[in-house]
Ligand binder design. Structure first.
Ligand code: C2E
Ligand code: MG
Ligand code: MG
Length: 621
């Protein structure tokens, strides 16, 4: 085997060159009857910077040079007679040991391996050891040892950079998946372990709004501070156990805590609980007090038969449940609930005929002026009276309808029904200021149907004035709007129809961008209002309670910015009068939520439109 053909890396080649040179050096100058090099080459051998030793066929050092002595922290002469394998740790691993013996016996030409040896001063040194023949010297071999610590350290540092996230210094996605895969492989066979694996998959609630309103630097600092708290949770969880959970940042505001050899769901639930607790205290980021909550999907199962993809999918679904169930919580993976997802198929196949069979109805939820508490408009919310599954909320089927396109006819039905109803209230209550109706529009309706024509036609048919119709689109629907969607929004806005951004703060748009679109209203996602926590240490109801200022900083900044950009703001999910008071204080224009009313059938809204005293009675359930 030729030495120079082996090493791919330049450093290895260099080293190989050194080996070849010393080979030549030794072979050209030695006489066959002695094992030590002749005097002129002996001094070269002795002074050479590459650590070397001539080793006899028994594996004993015949002669070592100074460089080897220095590397091993001993005088070169002292090494003579020692077992070379002990000096550079060739016996600790069976394969290397076998190969080394084969080289000594002359049955294999060369051995090269990397070892970690301990210098007497305590430092570990990484070396590359080569054992090869000495030409013309059948009775000995040449051992050369090359210090590769610097290269290893550089490699390690590069790997660290590649595998860690610069913002939080946590392991990144790549390292996480590497660890997850090897944990799954190892755990399936490991003897001492539990053979189980657990994962907390975490996503911060409303993080985007922090970035949008306070800037990326504050956002980054918040992520780093969150990472620190997660690490602390992991350390505490790892206390008195073989290892702490691995905390990784998977991207954006997503984190994972991986528990190898988990003991059951309870352990993971405890971990998730401790994470939620750890995030409860507000963050103090150089003067800015911020609070965040998180939603966590928890999965715990046997490692055997589990794949990284399968585990991540389950975690992703579970995280989605945690979000859908109201955020700021952990949710455990539930195979039954997952199976329920399969009935999505069953739902999907009956969607279209259901529209024709008239299985859908609309409920309306009041939108109330924050200043005077008066009813201004209503949001139309669709329900499906499914013959088999009962009344289904839109979260169960709107996604499906978007996927298979049936949202287009369904959306058309919703639009027409809502406009007709709004016109009817106006006609039946001529003395009341007319209510506007707010209709949710899915992205696909903007792309796949002629929304502008549908709206124009509906308004003409029902006789509803354009300014009494508001369309709610999500951020993702208008984000990056160009071409068709933007033209549609512009045409609708020119027609006089209002455009609202629904669930604002959960997506990725920024306010400055939105203000350039024909948008007039922001509907602040419910998670913000829910974030208003009240210090209830003083429980006497009528004593003033101190609001937690953290979330309000964000909401207030957002409202001020929105106002400056000419937008009005509606808060969703207003459930308590304390929340309403705070919202009014920080300038929110309109509110929607259980405090005022749940979504109700149209005749309940008619009742609200009755004489003022009736309105007050029904308006505050
Ligand atoms: P959304 O547009 O954000 O509607 C508000 C949702 O929040 C409604 O849920 C409403 O019942 C709920 N909500 C209202 N006040 C409160 C409160 O104080 N606390 C809490 N926890 N929740 C409150 P719903 O009716 O289940 O609708 C869910 C989503 O389905 C809607 O969210 C909307 O995105 C979508 N949706 C509803 N109807 C339609 C429709 O006709 N077309 C389309 N494309 N989507 C629709
Ligand atoms: Mg809506
Ligand atoms: Mg909403």
């Amino acid at each position: 085997m030729s030495g120079t053909s082996e090493g791919p890396a330049p450093t290895a080649d260099l080293m190989q060159l050194a080996v070849t040179e010393s080979d030549e050096m030794l072979s050209s100058g030695t006489t066959p009857d002695t094992l030590t090099p002749p005097v002129d080459f002996r001094s070269a051998f002795s002074a050479a910077p590459l650590a070397m030793a001539v080793v006899d066929r028994e594996g004993l050092v015949v002669s070592a040079n100074e460089a080897l002595g220095a590397l091993l922290g001993a005088q070169a002469e002292v090494l003579t007679g020692k077992l070379a394998a002990d000096l550079v740790d060739l016996a600790s691993d069976a394969r290397t040991w076998h190969a080394y013996r084969e080289v000594l016996r002359g049955r294999q030409a060369r051995l090269r391996c990397t070892r970690r040896i301990k210098h007497p001063d305590g430092q570990a040194v990484w070396v590359q050891v080569t054992v090869g023949p000495l030409p013309d010297r059948a009775e000995a071999v040449l051992l050369s040892v090359f210090d590769i610590s610097a290269r290893r350290e550089l490699q390690a540092r590069l790997r660290h950079l590649q595998m860690h996230d610069p913002v939080t210094r946590l392991p990144n996605r790549t390292l996480f998946f590497e660890r997850l895969s090897s944990a799954l492989e190892a755990d399936a066979y490991a003897e001492g372990g539990t053979g189980r694996i657990g994962l907390c998959y975490l996503d911060l609630d409303g993080f985007k709004a922090v970035n949008d309103t306070l800037g990326h630097r504050v956002g980054d600092r918040l992520l780093a501070a969150v990472a620190e708290r997660l690490n602390r949770c992991a350390d505490e969880a790892g206390y008195a156990r073989a290892s702490a959970p691995l905390v990784a940042r998977l991207g954006g505001d997503e984190f994972a805590l991986l528990v190898e050899d988990s003991t059951g769901t309870e352990q993971l639930a405890d971990l998730a609980e401790s994470v939620l607790r750890a995030l409860q205290a507000p963050f103090d980021l150089s003067g800015q007090r911020l609070s965040v909550s998180a939603s966590i999907g928890v999965v715990e199962r046997r490692a055997a038969g589990t794949t990284a993809t399968g585990l991540m999918q389950a975690a992703d679904t579970t995280l989605y449940w945690a979000k859908a169930d109201g955020k700021d919580r952990w949710t455990l993976f539930d195979p039954e609930r997952n199976a329920h997802r399969m009935t999505r198929q069953a739902l999907a196949s009956t969607l279209r005929p259901a529209i024709e069979r008239g299985e859908f109805t609309l409920e309306y939820q009041p939108l109330v002026g924050m200043e005077d508490g008066r009813l201004r408009g209503v949001e139309a919310l669709v329900r499906w009276n499914h013959p088999q599954f009962g009344v289904l909320t839109p979260n169960r089927f709107i996604g499906l309808a978007e996927e298979d396109g049936s949202i287009v006819p369904l959306g058309r039905w919703v639009l027409a029904t809502a406009c007709r109803q709004a016109r009817r209230w106006q006609v039946e209550h001529p003395d009341e200021p007319p209510l506007f109706v707010s209709v949710n529009v899915a992205v696909r309706q903007v792309w796949d149907s002629d929304l502008v024509a549908d709206v124009a036609e509906t308004l003409a048919e029902t006789g509803l004035a354009p300014h009494l119709l508001q369309l709610e689109l999500t951020e993702s629907a208008v984000m990056g709007s160009a071409g068709r969607p933007l033209q549609a929004l512009q045409a609708l806005s020119e027609m006089g129809v209002g455009i609202a951004i629904d669930d604002f703060g959960t997506g990725y748009s920024n306010l400055a961008y939105l203000s350039r679109l024909p948008v007039s209203v922001l509907k602040l996602d419910g998670s913000f209002v829910r974030g208003f926590q009240y210090d209830s240490t003083d429980s006497t109801a009528d004593k003033a309670v101190a609001p937690n200022p953290a979330d309000e900083v964000i909401v207030e900044a957002m409202i001020q910015l929105a106002h400056r950009l000419g937008l009005t703001v509606t808060a969703e999910c207003v459930e308590t009068s304390a929340q309403a008071t705070r919202l009014r204080h920080i300038g929110c224009d309109t509110g929607q939520g259980w405090l005022y009313s749940r979504p109700v059938p149209p005749d309940r809204i008619s009742e609200l439109l009755g004489p003022p005293e009736v309105q007050a009675a029904v308006g505050n359930p």
